[in-house]
Design a protein around this ligand. Structure first.
Ligand code: SF4
Length: 221
């Protein structure tokens, strides 16, 4: 959708731009030296960024999920539902085994987080969201020349995506299951596939599948 990015889309392993998150990761490096404990890179299909038509945007790595394993949505509950759904609709192939070397491959799809570092209590603050957007999320979106659709998981990831696209949040509000035209891309907001949302019934597996069914239909139109 855009010209190739001029800025790097991947943060350095010791990115210092958000001191609170940098310090939090340093704590966890001391506590769990075997964990990944760094900004989590975007998960790409083997064909590379030119093959990407769909981008999935989460909020931030989970402490014992992506922050532990180094691959988005890998190792905690949210990944079970996400990867099961992606395989079901042909956006991924292989068996998801909650490990970064499980061999699962994305098909025409990339997965990233609006904030690349794990935040305490899963809650980044506004300045962290804005900093990571400006430095890494905008270049991440711009690296995909054939991007057509973005699934945004949860309100904060959705709003940061809208801002990264330089559009107004009020014009493209978060509504689960909606289809929002954002000039060159179409946004598909969804409630986050967290254990909390599925346990409380805010998001059922069928509701989540319905979002990706809509994306599949859109991309084959
Ligand atoms: S959240 Fe993003 S900008 Fe902030 S320290 Fe991590 S990688 Fe850097």
């Amino acid at each position: 959708m855009h010209a190739p990015a001029l800025r790097p889309a991947e943060p350095p392993r010791d990115c210092p731009l958000c001191p609170r998150l940098h310090n939090f990761i340093a704590e966890w490096r001391a506590r769990e030296p075997g964990w990944y404990n760094a900004p989590v890179p975007t998960f790409l299909p083997p064909e590379g960024e030119e093959a990407v038509e769909l981008l999935i945007v989460g909020l931030a790595p989970g402490l014992r999920g992506a922050n532990r394993t180094g691959r988005p949505f890998t190792g905690d509950y949210a990944g079970n539902l996400l990867y099961d759904t992606l395989v079901r609709f042909g956006f991924a192939r292989g068996d998801y085994e909650a490990l970064p070397d499980d061999g699962l491959e994305l098909i025409g799809t990339a997965i990233t987080n609006a904030v690349r570092c794990v935040p305490p209590e899963n809650k980044p603050v506004g300045a962290e969201i804005a900093t990571c957007r400006q430095h890494f999320f905008v270049p991440t979106i711009e690296r995909f020349p054939n991007l057509k659709a973005i699934v945004t998981l949860g309100m904060i990831a959705h709003q940061s995506t809208v801002r990264a696209l330089r559009m107004r949040v009020a014009a493209l509000p978060f509504i689960h299951g909606a289809r929002l035209e954002a000039e060159a891309v179409t946004l598909f907001p969804s409630y986050h596939c967290s254990r909390y949302n599925t346990n409380t019934g805010k998001l059922t597996e069928e509701m989540f599948r319905q979002v990706f069914r809509g994306v599949k239909e859109f991309l084959s139109e």
